[in-house]
Design a protein around this ligand. Structure first.
Ligand SMILES: Cc1cc2nc3c(=O)[nH]c(=O)nc-3n(C[C@H](O)[C@H](O)[C@H](O)COP(=O)(O)O)c2cc1C
Length: 173
């Protein structure tokens, strides 16, 4: 019952407090990342990078701004970014599906713990072109950063979904 409630209520958060999340909370997120379904059970095709160093987060923000021309903060002030990378020699569609499962697991667990989070496709689109920064992030050449999850305490009250989205559905009965 509670799981369903979290799935229905979770919303993306785009304004964070600067307070860092607790290590227990981070570890809980990493646990559910590691319990996400992954194609073929090939967990070794995925890699996670936890970025909490303020200087590196600033580099990522600035890199995004200069690459995209955007003035806004791609991480919305979140103090933690978890980057999900995938093995370059594995089927890319499967890797992206894995990213979705891993990130959704973490964002639901974040919501459950009162943390905000937002799926950051944006970081994944820009990071692979930034070879020096990727090296600094400790991501080996065999892996490509695909997307990230920005996480932190919400600047305001944790938002809750009030209106259901409607994916067009047809029935064959
Ligand atoms: C694959 C994927 C990529 C996304 N990329 C971004 C992103 O780069 N930046 C962002 O602010 N939100 C991003 N989002 C969040 C969506 O915009 C958001 O989930 C959607 O609008 C529904 O809102 P909700 O999460 O509040 O329910 C992404 C979501 C998904 C599933």
């Amino acid at each position: 019952m509670e799981t369903k409630k979290a799935i229905i209520e979770r919303k993306s958060v785009r304004a964070y407090s600067s307070e860092q999340i607790k290590d227990e909370e981070l570890n809980a997120l990493l646990t559910v990342a590691n319990t996400a379904p992954v194609a073929g059970g090939a967990y070794k095709t995925m890699h996670l990078t936890v970025v909490q160093n303020p200087d590196i987060l600033t580099k990522i923000r600035e890199m995004y701004q200069s690459a995209s021309g955007a003035k806004s903060d791609v991480l919305y002030g979140a103090p933690t970014l978890i980057i999900v990378s995938g093995k370059r020699d594995f089927d890319e569609t499967a890797l992206f599906a894995n990213v979705g499962c891993i990130i959704e697991n973490m964002s639901l667990a974040a919501y459950d713990m009162g943390l905000g989070s937002v799926f950051s496709w944006a970081t994944g689109t820009i990071l692979p072109t930034q070879t020096e920064l990727v090296k600094e992030l400790g991501i080996s050449d065999d892996f490509k950063p695909l997307a990230g999850l920005a996480v932190g305490y919400p600047a305001k009250e944790l938002p809750k979904r009030v209106k259901m989205s409607e994916i067009e559905t047809n029935y064959i009965r």
